[in-house]
Design a protein around this ligand. Sequence first.
Ligand code: ADP
Ligand code: MG
Length: 285
Amino acid sequence: MDDSLRVSVLSEALPYIQRFAGRRVVVKYGGAAMAHAELRDAVFRDIALLASVGVQLVVVHGGGPEINTWLKRLEIPSEFRDGLRITDSETMDVVEMVLVGRVNKQIVNGLNRLGAKAVGLSGSDGLLVEARPWGDGSHGLVGDVARVNPDLLEPLLARGYVPVISSVAANPEGESHNINADTVAGELAAALEAEKLILLTDTPGILRDREDPDSLIRQLRLSDARQLINEGVVAGGMTPKTECCIRALAQGVAAAHIVDGRVPHALLLEVFTDAGIGTMVLGRG
Ligand code: ADP
Ligand code: MG
């Protein structure tokens, strides 16, 4: 790229930078964007760039594949029900060690290497997230969000730190629970009055036909999103994503996006272009 092209591209980013400087964006980081080194680096660069132009970013992460690897290595068998791992205390120990220890620090180190000031936290820190059992409680330590309290994040965001939050949180009795990271991201976005919630995943977005990547739904309203769940168009791992978009929008987040983390620089494409990528869910109506 020659120098004049480089500066003109930068210059065109000005209105987007001005629009988002000082605003909050919550990113759920996972899937291929976490698994592949090149994509991982692109995501870290995007986050570092957005932070350096004054966007207040909060990163929430899961880490399912890494948990699977360690459970296998430690020969701890898993039983699944409703697509969820029944989580006993031995399994939860591994989940917590892997997510809060290893995965969280990999993200923090990756961001810091690029000059972002990342701070690793879990839902337990500063009582950011209070957990309750998921559903009827028969999945053990699989949790849901009872409430969030983002007070701890305020001074960090005000000073330009990037909080990186693993989706583990304790109930009032102090027992750690494993919570879906989409759900945590959605609730935090709502509590922080974020401008955007961006969920990175391994599909182009919400597909009308989940076998057909060309059937991407580019934009939909809150009410349509509910209908897609009721009709069964949205199922499996897309359900908590769609549900958390609905909840975040209902609580005042302006827009929620489900985007393809396999696309390099998906985050910048979403924030710095009008067209955006993936599925955008809009509030109102
Ligand atoms: P992540 O690791 O990003 O949370 P998940 O596997 O939990 O990803 O959720 C994404 C999955 O949801 C897709 O891979 C797909 O199998 C499933 N899915 C169900 N319904 C849809 C839909 N309508 N459009 C796209 N994906 C869907
Ligand atoms: Mg998921």
